[in-house]
Design a binder for this molecule. Sequence first.
Ligand SMILES: [Fe+2]
Length: 364
Amino acid sequence: MDSGESSVFSKDKGKSGDGAPSRILDFPFSLSEIAATAEEDQALGYAPLPFGQLPEDRAAAFDIYLKIKLKSALKPRFILCCPQGQIFPPEWRQKLQQVKISTVYFPVAEVNAVLGHLERRLEEDLESPGRSVLEKAILNYEVLEVWTRNFFSSTQDRADEQLDLSLKCIDGLLHLLGQEKVQRGFIFDIRRHDRDRYTHSLNVCLLGLAFVSHLHWHLDKARAFGLGALLHDIGLTQVPAELLAKKGALTAEERELVEKHPSRGYRLLKNFGGISNDALMMVLQHHENGDGSGYPQKMLLADIHPWARILRIVDSFEAMTEDRPWRLASPPRETLQAMCDDWHKSQIYDPLYLKAFIKFLGTL
Ligand SMILES: [Fe+2]
């Protein structure tokens, strides 16, 4: 590394405010060498935690790391910046904010301690009158992000009890979306587009929850729908990541593999007591098209579960308005135009739900 480069933290070499060894300060990396965005680091044993969810004023229940990627290195390195049992130094918090680092990392092996911390935080902060609707929505969204990443990538058997935290977040979001005088447009302020399957699932869930709130669905029904939307692509965890990131056209065999993800997702989830049959149908049928051109069962519109028809629309809208490896995002105005023209003609989408969805977008 060029020793002449200025370090983000170089002014504070030595000790942190509370006298603890300031490990981060021992590494004089330049700003450009710190990877600030969340990537898939599961293989290296680390998972991202949104910076805003760091424990405040209390000892961390897990080790907290920063991800550093040297220009000359192929892989990032993870540097311990706050060991379990220590309070994250407030001055570091300030510095990370200044350099716009939005993500820290924790060891995947400590995920239960992280989820426990997030659940406590959810309970405390959602009660707090000092938090705005947007802050509460971000908290729910970010906790759901950590939960989804863990649930999707879990290598151990997934259990019904794990669903509890996701349902708490879904309930929290539904509560905010259902409040009178709250503009549901805040969902566009909290969506993140990290180009990975987890944030796509989260965004589909969020937009779906806003839509069914707009339709005045009963809470129990809306919650079950939200869980189906969140988990609809879980079958993609069984498709090689390289295939999903491929820029060129897929071969026939590759396409076949990708098109198995709805049935694989259904099989992964069908034994969960906490996932309703309606939600399972969303997972199984979310790529069915009304004209019979979809997969895996080539169903016609009348045979497709209504919740899967709604998800087909929300999923398509969300996919079009986010970047994909093979194309850039379409601006919302153009997406809306395409929905009004092409989507109606295509007979892929349920025309009544499509009309309602376009009307709903107009209210945001
Ligand atoms: Fe899918």
